[in-house]
Design a protein around this ligand. Sequence first.
Ligand SMILES: NC(=O)C1=CN([C@@H]2O[C@H](COP(=O)(O)OP(=O)(O)OC[C@H]3O[C@@H](n4cnc5c(N)ncnc54)[C@H](OP(=O)(O)O)[C@@H]3O)[C@@H](O)[C@H]2O)[C@@H](O)CC1
Ligand SMILES: [K+]
Length: 475
Amino acid sequence: MRTAHRVETVRQAEQTLISRLPDGTLMHRAAAGLATACANLLGKVYARKVVLLVGSGDNGGDTLYAGARLSRRGAAVTAILLTPDRTHQQALTAFTRAGGRTTTPDNAQHTLKQADLLIDGVVGIGGRGGLRPPATDLIRAAEHHHVPIVAVDLPSGVDADTGEVHGEAVHATLTVTFGTHKPALLIDPAREHAGVVHLVDIGLTLPPPEAEALQHPDVSALLPHPGATSDKYRRGVVGIAAGSNRYPGAAVLAVAGALRGGAGAVRYTGPATAEVLARFPETLISDKGPKHAGRVQAWVVGPGAGDEQAPVSEVLALDDVPVLIDADGLRLADPGAVRRRTAPTLLTPHAGEAAALLGVTREEVESQRLWAVRELASRYRATVLLKGATTLIADAEGPVRVNPTGTPWLATAGSGDVLSGLTGSLLAAGLPARDAGSVGAYLHGLAGRYAADGAPTTAYEVAEALPTAWRDVTG
Ligand SMILES: NC(=O)C1=CN([C@@H]2O[C@H](COP(=O)(O)OP(=O)(O)OC[C@H]3O[C@@H](n4cnc5c(N)ncnc54)[C@H](OP(=O)(O)O)[C@@H]3O)[C@@H](O)[C@H]2O)[C@@H](O)CC1
Ligand SMILES: [K+]
């Protein structure tokens, strides 16, 4: 599990540790890890041209100490001091003693153009707002000349706690972060600025995180495993109330996902019975609507529903069964009925649907994803899975789960229907809503990568790749 903590939490952990250690220990640990990561990226250090962009805080201090280490290993290191009168003095002394040179922003263009590497020490967890001049022009020049950039702790200009970006921010090749990830390193749009993220352990003891990203072993531990005695009912039956005369395909795709999600059986109700049975004869069919459909351990409602209100209301009224609401169902669901539910409810909007539910623009959701997912969870008293390049899964409180496995190829028609069926199946198999959402998104993203393999793919192929993703995770 990768975990991310807010700035305030990091600072508290730092204070606790610092009081027990000699002065400067943490900064030296950070700088040592940073220098090693830069050396690994460079391949060979000797005679390489390294440029440091040094801001006014400890982030600049880390950068100068790392620059000193690289200089001692034979690199030609030049520090551009953005605010010379506010530079970290001890670090600057160490840097110049190690043979590093300094320059001012006005004289830096030529040095930058020739650099093999730029280390971004403008600002770290103490930053507010986007880049400021003259850093803005220098970063633009480095990006223009394709100089690889290593960001120190965070890409300068991003908001550490929220992943928001107000103004311009560095686009790093590699971010070397200290002690723990920060939410911005997991959550878009900031995450896209971070490149590869490398964590340096500096010995902090940390409380529960603000955000967390599952990895293979975490997902494997959460997946349902049938025992010798489980029959189809013990493994869970998932009900799918989806599709309409206009969108029968959504029902087929939701069932396709549900059949690969670990439930023992899939029960379908809706107008696309013929289409579903033609593709999946193993589906149990009910023509009486959700209320009288028989035993079901979780319902999925909404994919391709069009304007069919009745199934959504019926499912929401089933108070002892977990429910996943997707797509048209989100628009049709009565917010009061969702809030009053006592069994778990999982809402799975994309940014446009989330915007409609919140009464804001899609752009506002895209730029404030953490806020949007938390706000929806709190307004609806539900678990919310906000789809996107990095899907977020949140309850009103507790760590937000960030799914790292997505691929842009998943932005294809019907892909969300597969996800809703799959996730509903995991709910029926007994996973809590947050786990079902995060495991569903993880497998779905991985399946998307297998199905696409670098080329366009279809939602149906994503569903077919789910067993491969499952085996990959558990193997
Ligand atoms: N905590 C830990 O465990 C450890 C922390 N460590 C390191 O310390 C870093 C935090 O250091 P920090 O607190 O000195 O803040 P930092 O990020 O350098 O910036 C503050 C300065 O930047 C300025 N400034 C603000 N916004 C700006 C902008 N947009 N553009 C330009 N400037 C801007 C602001 O000035 P002002 O806004 O007042 O003008 C202020 O002077 C952390 O990220 C890590 O690298 C490690 O050594 C190991 C242990
Ligand atoms: K930085």
